[in-house]
Design a protein around this ligand. Sequence first.
Ligand code: 13P
Length: 248
Amino acid sequence: MRSLVAGNWKMNGAGEADLAKFGALKTALAETPPSCDVLVCPPATMIAQAAWFTKGVFAIGGQDCHAQPSGAFTGDISAEMLKAAGASHVIVGHSERRQYHGEKDADVAAKAQAAWRAGLIAIICIGETLEEREGGSANSICHSQVLGSIPDGATAANSVLAYEPVWAIGTGKTPSVDDIAAMHAHLRGCLKERCGEEGGKMLILYGGSVKPDNAAAILSLPDVGGALVGGASLKVADFMGIISAAPA
Ligand code: 13P
């Protein structure tokens, strides 16, 4: 399975200059064809335009979805709406959703099921806090998040797991490569426990302060199937630097 480098723009991007980044990325990818799949998850307001413009070159995804297909949920967006706008993936359970919107594992699992119902690939996020890492419970926290956030029926075709240690997000800090390798090996075991044979094939992305200068070391680790990139995905040159670091 090809690795996946995904950009999560979070709540950034609105004007002409941000739209122009899709053109710049398209040109850069045509000049340097990637050895991985490429996905950008812009704010919802940009998805339709981005998906139309980048069709056939790279994929566009949402950053969250509601569990229901439609209804009286002011301000929310359904997986079906993302699909209709041209998205192929949706991130669910990002730690910022868990932290600022109180989302629990069961909510995340319901959103992943909504993604599949709409024909989207769910990027299911998990990760421990600094307190949990320092307290020695990172493995058990991630184990319980995998068991609770991934619904029955998950396959390597409909789901991707993203491991994002909360303390590495936007901080410039990352776990050591040995720690990333150890956690991904642990997560592979958790996925097999949760999803059987499919869990052995599912991509596991690393996320948290991935930059062009650390991408090659992280992306070449066993069981690291790609990266989920925040800040560095906002700059086309940096994002391309990470994409180019994906092993063939
Ligand atoms: P940074 O790459 O900015 O640390 O963000 C990671 C992230 O949260 C991607 O979802």
